[in-house]
Design a protein around this ligand. Sequence first.
Ligand code: ADP
Length: 406
Amino acid sequence: MKILILNAGSSSQKSCLYDISRDVLPDDPPEPIWEGMIDWTHQAGIAEIQVKTVAQEVTKTVPYTDRPPVVEQMLATMWQGETQVLSTPSEIEAVGHRVVHGGRKYHDSIRITSEVKAAIAQLSELAPVHNAANLEGIEAAEAILGEQVLQVAVFDTAFHAQMPDAAAIYPGAYDWIEKGIYRYGFHGTSHQYCAERAASLLGQDLQDLRLITCHLGNGASLAAIRNGRSIDTTMGFTPLDGLMMGTRSGAVDPSILIHLMRHEGYDADKLDHLLNKQAGLLGISGVSNDMRQIMKAIDAGNNRAKLAIDIYIHRLRAYIGSMLASLGGLDGLIFTAGVGENSPLIRAAACEAFAFLGLKLDEEKNAGRPRDQLISTPDSTVKVLVIHTQEDWTIARDCWKLSRLH
Ligand code: ADP
């Protein structure tokens, strides 16, 4: 069964195609048979399309004015030219979309109907760039594959949508609840996948585990997971809340914004740009949003880069502590995404603060290239794991499950 995944971002569009058995879901995530990516950040008016199959890797540039025609060109490489893996597009039986915002309404992945499309459009107010791009992807797939094809929305917010009110509601005005000003949380697909994978690697039932998942990529968030559900997370109304990130500040005292508006002439757009694009590791270091560049700068004696890492670690430890308190105990701490999977230094620094709990890292395992592996010592009271996040596979799995229902 061929399942296409569309993952639309603000500056890129990633896609992949899985070919899996109709009858049994594999235990381990399989490799996609085709992967496509569009990046339009290199040069104004130009999009770069990269396509990869088992046999071929092709990169081409095409004119870019609007997203849908470029998405169609990328998808056509599945059934045309040197990267062809299908004889006809109709071989695709299901399309899964990563949709950033599902509000409080969607707790689970769902088949896309006209009602779901309307809800995604309505929620665009909360995630203007992403939800609009998702709708374009849904319509592009409809145009190519027909309206009857199974399309599934997998929401970044769904895993957190049943957080207890005390964690989900801001202590602001009471009518914020009515206005939809909630702590939604994001990266849900990744947090959920990592929790399930950790339980399976530990040979334990997820229902019995208290876990903290640390998704540390360019964007970063933590989730506190009990009985297989997210009960707290660090991102909030938007992905700007919580941890320090590549270019985002994470949580700051809101009075700073009032101060900048009153005394430095900031308006909404300027604050938005500062906090989302110019802050975080980039803002403090002045070097880069990329952890690898920050590490290089530290080695070269750059004090601002060192300060950036010190703040990053301080915030990470503080929020792990906060998730720990929400859980009331901890069985497993999981690291995932670019930084979480690749930086032994950040993992060690985060864990060091919890040595008092009896958490012990196996230094050799941590310093290796762990992937889907335990990196704590056998006598550690808390199991520490590194898990390669598989958001696309989680979406494909949900499509497979929903395909069996109709
Ligand atoms: P996103 O999907 O949020 O854009 P990723 O999960 O791909 O981000 O993570 C990207 C980040 O991972 C990069 O900005 C970089 O800082 C970090 N990263 C990748 N490889 C390494 C590495 N070897 N060491 C430290 N950090 C790394």
